[in-house]
Write a protein that binds this ligand. Structure first.
Ligand code: CTP
Ligand code: CA
Length: 230
């Protein structure tokens, strides 16, 4: 649909969306990262702005993407920076969406100088420390009337399908909504031919058909609007 055909049903709402993948530094030139493109988070921000929301986009590392029109961009790099930016933006947000791929672990030491290889010495070992669960922190600090959305990429396995794993994660995370992407080989275990699910704390569970990131974004904002009216 062309932008003018979109509903203005997010008018008056302040929303914050995180996007992209964090980078966890090892030394001044190296990091641990992930393959997140950031495209889904950017699509969420763009669609929200088109539907009338006041949008803050907290963006970690992404492929080259055009700035989403109408969104305030807050660039971050590490999970710690993303955490601080999300807590700040969440203070005045009506809806908080964690679409970023946050590194679960960071190197527990940040070397002050570039790590060098030295003949005759053992090769270095990287030990990892757990990063904070930002979504869980946001849920713990949720303001009255604030809606919090998590994302999860799940595969089915011998212990259950995508939906089983998603329901378990949804309970553990405590968010109001969880957007579940079915990924990887596990999809072969699924009977449903869906790209994912939208789980709502009011008990609503809806399949999301395979489609573009803009279509998933529209489906998620529809679910947010439904949830806030329920
Ligand atoms: N998330 C977060 N902080 C982290 C890790 C994840 O806020 N340190 C958020 C993600 O942005 C996403 C949701 O939590 O919205 C689910 O992420 P996921 O990686 O699927 O969940 P984890 O709890 O990290 O579980 P897993 O061990 O399956 O990776
Ligand atoms: Ca994770």
């Amino acid at each position: 649909a062309e932008p003018s055909a979109l509903p203005r049903d997010l008018e008056g709402l302040r929303v914050v969306v995180s996007a992209g993948g964090t980078r966890e530094p090892l030394d001044p030139v190296r990091y641990l990262g992930n393959r997140s493109s950031g495209k889904q988070g950017y699509a969420l921000a763009r669609v929200a702005a088109q539907r009338g929301a006041e949008v803050t986009l907290v963006a970690a590392h992404t492929v080259a993407l055009p700035d989403p029109a109408g969104a305030r961009l807050v660039p971050v790099s590490t999970a710690e920076e993303l955490r601080a930016a999300m807590h700040r933006a969440a203070e005045r947000a009506d809806v908080v969406v964690m679409a970023a791929a946050v590194a679960d672990f960071r190197p527990d030491q940040l070397a002050a100088h570039k790590i060098k290889k030295r003949d005759g010495e053992p090769d270095p070992t990287i030990t990892l420390a757990r990063n904070p669960d930002i979504l869980a922190e946001l849920v713990a600090g949720r303001r009255a009337g604030q809606t919090i959305v998590g994302f999860a990429a799940e595969t089915g396995d011998e212990r259950g399908g995508v939906l089983d794993h998603a329901r378990t994660k949804f309970k553990r995370k405590g968010s109001d909504l969880l957007v579940v992407n079915a990924v990887g080989q596990g999809r072969a275990f699924e009977v449903e031919d869906n790209a994912g699910w939208l789980l709502s704390a009011n008990g609503d569970e809806r399949p999301v058909p395979l489609g573009s990131k803009a279509q998933l974004a529209a489906a998620m904002w529809d679910a947010v609007v439904r949830f806030r009216r329920s």
